[in-house]
Design a protein around this ligand. Sequence first.
Ligand SMILES: [Fe+2]
Ligand SMILES: [Fe+2]
Length: 165
Amino acid sequence: MGTKGRSIVGMDVDELIGILNRAFADEWLAHYQYWLGAKLAKGPMKDGVITELLQHAADEMRHADMVSNRIIQLGGTPVLTPKAWYDHTNCGYDAPEDPFVRVLLEQNIKGEQCAINVYNELMKKTREADPVTCELALQILNDEVEHEEDLQSLLEDLELMLNHK
Ligand SMILES: [Fe+2]
Ligand SMILES: [Fe+2]
């Protein structure tokens, strides 16, 4: 923990660590949802979808790393067990039970929209109180906005293909 770094935070630090831990749980669940979806995906445009899902899986793990570093800087402990991810998550986990590419894309778009909300709220909460966390939330928000668009444009192409027989 950085003591001076923690002392400049103008809000309840334990509350902030709690919010960051919820985002941390979200990132791991999103990582696994993408990673497993990429293994199982079936259907038209499968190769393009798999490439995108794998890229997003890597990004979500990088986000988990970024968020955990901030939690530790603030003197907190990242959620210690995968089991506890479920107790903390905002966005949940959609198991890729149906491997059809359209279903996977729709599930992950829902996840991205939830993540956009989480980081947008975190930015609002920290803009004045903690610019360091706010900057982190902005970096991740940029990625999540890009992720949503990547998936929606793939879904759009897929729908066009499916509807023009
Ligand atoms: Fe993420
Ligand atoms: Fe994402």
